[in-house]
Write a protein that binds this ligand. Sequence first.
Ligand code: ZN
Length: 93
Amino acid sequence: MSDKDLSKNKERVSIVVNVPQVKPYERIVTSRPVTFTCQYCQQTMTQERMPSPTPLYCSERCRLDAAATRKRASRATTGKNKGKRGRPKKIDV
Ligand SMILES: [Zn+2]
């Protein structure tokens, strides 16, 4: 980085600053207890959380396990579908 580059940047910034009334980025975030049931181990628990969508799993472990199980299950299902037992066609006599 050279001094020349720095001064160039300064010029650019001064133009941006001219924009009138930029909303200050300020957000008060408070955590609050959220009660939910873990979708994996079915445990109901309360966690101190930031305002966000209700979590599905009680822990990172459950989340990963659930994801792994889902992957395995979907693979098994597609395998089953391939070998679907075909019902013999009814033939009217
Ligand atoms: Zn869990």
